[in-house]
Design a protein around this ligand. Structure first.
Ligand code: PGA
Length: 235
């Protein structure tokens, strides 16, 4: 069983999600399907053979934080998952590992499963810092006392939305490091997804790499014609 998660980012509509839900109904798979959609769409459909998630959450529980949505509020919609620390949040909203960890903790406290993203920028890659950035990302963003379900997503930031992917050896090395780091934190068995430019033509190969437990798919998760072949490419 692999985890296939979609990240719709700021795209889509209620009507589009309804169409996706109908299309997913006919998909025979043992894989776990998660769709992380904009907040406003969380109540659009009854998620049937897939689960719904959000793409961000406040680190705070309630109060004077205009525009923010707490984990308790998200949980009330029935959403089970929430992406935290996506590279676009880190880039455009200056989210640090420490903030990401607070958000992950808020999600866990509300009974949700955070999908915690880590990954290096092109500058960090070129400076030879990929492994150091990944390891500190995991150590500092993952609540160390998590004795509950979490998911990690390795997303090389330079490859997201760019049609670029690391080599299989690079993905294998990153995922091995993440698995080892999680194990040293007492979190072995935590699923680790790969994300960045996943599509139906590379999904099966990527998911056959050791320590890759699934994928986090951006652009190719928006339409059933692109997303379903990714789900069915993995038996
Ligand atoms: P992409 O996005 O698949 O469009 O590269 C992945 C992500 O941002 O999660």
């Amino acid at each position: 069983m692999k985890i296939i998660a979609g990240n719709w980012k700021m795209n889509g509509s209620c009507a589009g999600l309804k169409e996706m839900a109908v299309a997913l109904k006919n998909v025979m798979t043992d894989n776990k399907i998660i769709l992380c959609v904009p907040y406003t769409m969380l109540n659009c459909v009854q998620a049937d053979n897939f689960a719904l998630g959000a793409q961000d959450v406040s680190a705070h529980d309630k109060g004077a934080f205009t525009g923010e949505v707490s984990a308790t509020m998200l949980a009330e919609t029935g959403a089970k998952y929430v992406i935290v620390g996506h590279s676009e949040r880190r880039q455009y909203h200056e989210e640090t590992n420490s903030i990401v960890r607070q958000k992950a903790t808020a999600a866990i406290n509300a009974g949700m499963i955070p999908i915690i993203c880590v990954g290096e920028t092109m500058d960090e890659k070129q400076a030879g810092k990929t492994m150091a950035v990944i390891e500190s990302g995991v150590r500092e963003s993952v609540p160390s006392d998590s004795n509950t379900d979490i998911i990690i997503a390795y997303e090389p930031r330079w490859a997201i939305g760019a049609g670029l992917t690391p080599t299989e050896a690079e993905i294998a090395e990153a995922h091995k490091l993440i698995a080892d780091t999680l194990s040293s934190m007492g979190l072995s068995g935590t699923p680790v997804l790969y994300g960045a430019s996943v599509k139906s033509t590379n999904a099966a190969d990527i998911m056959s790499i050791p320590n890759v437990d699934g994928v986090l798919v951006g652009g190719a998760s928006l339409k059933p014609d692109d997303f379903i072949p990714i789900i069915t490419s993995v038996k």
